[in-house]
Every structure is written in structure tokens, then in C-alpha cells.
Ligand binder design. Structure first.
Ligand code: R7I
Ligand code: MG
Ligand code: MG
Ligand code: MG
Length: 344
């Protein structure tokens, strides 16, 4: 039967955690065939009979996602001052979670201005253009869940959550894209799920959004999310087997939002069917293994992709023992339950 709503919330939140924890050791790498074989064996082991091992550590992706979830639980809204304070506190307590290279400067300035100006520091990043990193997108999936019955609030809540660290339109719109994708997944029945239908809901939303963020009179240079989603569709509809190079040339896999969020969506969609070279029958496992095997920003891309598969299928596809190997999994189960309570 259709996974219930609570299961979808848990699937998405825990999927995000598992992707982050399992992707972390590979962040920034390009995987050889040998590395991929090791990855497969390691995931098989983690999914198999439970054994004692040091927990797989989460990174900034999950630390910041947790702050977003707590804020939604407490305020049923994004309170930017509280969320900014929570980001800064988390970072101060555990600065070595792998935060983005530039975002720590925002935290420093927020502390210095004592949270009197929440958005100014982000606006000063990169010579006043703002960051187009994927940091706003990597933490935003819970907003897609929270808005399952109030989709009209999604863009506003995402923008408020993003602007604390990211003011570049690509950084913000990438976050809207990830949240909107989660939001659609929550509504869908996995048994009748088709990528065409999913993309034909998502593409017009991004088209509308990107029209708004165009600066009048100035033609946007460089790709936008609408174009990248069309690339996703072209790749998925290709009659020929896809090479990794084709995927990476079209979509990328780096720490920028434009070259990682569409990639995560592509991985999620492709993993709904069999993928050459990946043996699992489980779409969640295929999402996780495929995301990491593509290399690059593996913790973030796996986290975003797995939170989509989790939102579609619910938590029943997440291997129980694999989850148990992830740091703070119990806490994230509780947070998912409470987020569900506060959303309905
Ligand atoms: O976006 P952000 O929080 O980083 C998230 C990434 C994820 O992969 C996490 O797992 C973690 O590893 O970091 O942090 P930012 O520092 O704002 O952006 C990340 C990086 O994107 C920056 O350090 C830059 O390398 C790049 N970047 C830019 N480069 C040039 N010009 C972002 N914006 C710009 C830019 O405007
Ligand atoms: Mg990280
Ligand atoms: Mg970051
Ligand atoms: Mg990352």
C-alpha cells in the first residue's frame, strides 16, 4: 500500500542523514572502478547483519538540517534570527563538520554584529554577489516536508532559510528547487510514479521563479535551473546507455547549487529504475550507491537525492542496520516524528 505520511517524513529526513554519513568519506573524490567495488562491499556490509563499528559521522549538511527542523518544530515557521543563532551555535560547538570554505565568514560576522543584521553578512560574500554554493539547498528538505499541505508557503520559507548564508539567486533558487522536489515526492504514490509527470510539475515552477529573479534589461548569462532540469529530462529519455561522463558534463557534481541540485534530482529519478552496474533491487540503495559513485560533492548530493527517494517511498526502504551505523540516527528519528506532528 501507499506509504503513510509519517513514513514519508521519516524516509526523507533519515534518507538525508544516511546520504550525508555514507557520502562523507568520498567528498571531493573521483571514484575509480576499484573504489566503486569497495563502496559496494562497504554498503553491503553496513546493510547486512549488525556489527559494532564506529558511527559514520554526519557533516555540516545534517548539522544545519537539524537546525532547520528544530526551527520548524518550535515556530511552525522560519524565524531567521533563531535559525541564524542555531547555525552559529552548532558551528561554534563543532567547527570540524566540514563546513563550506566561505560560509564560516558569515558565522563570524553574525557573532560580531550580535545578530542585529541577519542577512547583511551573506550579502557581503564573494565581493557582494553572495554565495552560489549548495549550502542552502543541502539543509532545506524539511521545508518541502513541512509544506506538504501548504505548498503556497514553500518559496517564502525557503528564501528566509537561505538568505542567512546565501544571497546569490542561484544559491537561493537551488534551495527552492530541492524543497519543491521533496514537496512533490511527498504527494506521489511510488507505484504510479513517472519521471515525466514529476518533471512536468517541477519545470514550470522553476520557470516562474527564474523569471522573477531575472534582472530587467540584463540577459542572464550561464545556465539556470530550468535549463538544467531540461537536461535531466533529455538524459533520462536517452535511448542509449548513459556514460558517467555524459551525466557529469551535462549536470556537474560540485559544491555549487547549479551543478549539484539538478544532479541529485537526476540521480533520484534514474534510481527509480535499474541502473547498469548497480545490483540492488532497492531504489533507496540504488540512489545512495549511484550518488556516491558519481563522486564530487558526495555527502551533499547523496543527502539531497536520498531525501527525495525517502520522501517518495517512506522509511521502509532504508535498511535498518545501515541507518544504525549513522551517527545521531535516533535523534533524527525523533526530529522527523516531531516535524510531522508540527506540520499536520
Ligand atoms: O554553500 P556552502 O554552505 O557549502 C556547502 C558545501 C557542501 O558540500 C557541504 O557538504 C560542505 O562541504 O560545503 O558554503 P559556501 O562557502 O558559501 O560555498 C561553498 C563553495 O562554493 C565556496 O567555498 C566556493 O568554493 C564556492 N562558491 C563560489 N565560488 C566563487 N564565486 C560559492 N559562491 C561562489 C562565488 O560567488
Ligand atoms: Mg558536508
Ligand atoms: Mg555549509
Ligand atoms: Mg558536501
Amino acid at each position: 500500500q501507499q506509504p503513510n505520511l509519517l513514513s514519508k517524513f521519516r524516509g526523507s529526513v533519515l534518507g538525508g542523514l544516511v546520504g550525508d554519513c555514507c557520502g562523507e568519506p568520498y567528498e571531493g573524490q573521483v571514484l575509480t572502478d576499484g573504489d566503486k567495488a569497495i563502496l559496494r562491499r562497504s554498503l553491503n556490509q553496513l546493510e547486512g547483519p549488525y556489527f559494532k563499528a564506529p558511527a559514520k559521522k554526519y557533516t555540516d549538511d545534517s548539522a544545519m538540517t537539524r537546525s532547520v527542523i528544530r526551527c520548524l518544530i518550535e515556530h511552525k515557521d522560519i524565524n531567521t534570527k533563531e535559525l541564524a543563532t542555531s547555525f552559529v551555535k552548532e558551528h561554534a560547538a563543532e567547527p570540524n563538520r566540514g563546513y563550506g570554505g566561505a560560509v564560516v565568514e558569515v558565522f563570524r560576522k553574525l557573532l560580531k554584529n550580535k545578530f542585529t543584521d541577519i542577512v547583511g553578512p551573506a550579502q557581503e560574500q564573494f565581493l557582494g554577489r553572495g554565495s552560489y554554493g549548495n549550502g542552502a539547498a543541502m539543509r532545506v528538505s524539511p521545508i518541502g516536508l513541512f509544506c506538504y499541505n501548504k505548498p503556497e508557503k514553500l518559496v517564502e520559507l525557503v528564501k528566509k532559510s537561505a538568505e542567512i548564508t546565501h544571497s546569490h539567486s542561484l544559491g537561493i533558487n537551488g534551495a527552492v528547487l530541492q524543497a519543491a522536489a521533496v514537496n512533490i515526492c511527498v504527494q506521489k504514490d511510488p507505484k504510479t510514479f513517472f519521471h515525466d509527470e514529476f518533471l512536468s510539475e517541477l519545470i514550470p515552477k522553476m520557470q516562474e521563479l527564474e523569471k522573477e529573479s531575472e534582472v530587467p534589461g540584463i540577459k542572464a548569462s550561464g545556465p539556470n535551473f530550468t535549463q538544467q532540469l531540461k537536461e535531466v529530462k533529455t538524459l533520462l529519455d536517452s535511448p542509449n546507455p548513459l556514460s558517467e561522463d555524459e551525466v557529469l558534463n551535462a549536470l556537474g557534481h560540485d559544491v555549487t547549487a547549479i551543478y549539484s541540485v539538478p544532479t541529485a534530482i537526476f540521480i533520484f529519478l534514474r534510481a527509480q529504475g535499474p541502473i547498469e552496474g548497480i545490483q540492488s533491487e532497492n531504489p533507496f540503495r540504488r540512489t545512495l550507491e549511484y550518488a556516491i559513485s558519481l563522486g564530487g560533492d558526495t555527502d551533499t548530493i547523496a543527502s539531497m537525492a536520498c531525501s527525495l527517494t525517502g520522501a517518495l517511498h517512506g522509511d521502509s526502504l532504508i535498511p535498518e542496520n545501515l541507518l544504525k551505523h549513522c551517527e545521531a540516527h535516533g535523534e533524527f528519528i525523533e526530529l522527523a516524528n516531531k516535524l510531522y506532528e508540527s506540520s499536520i
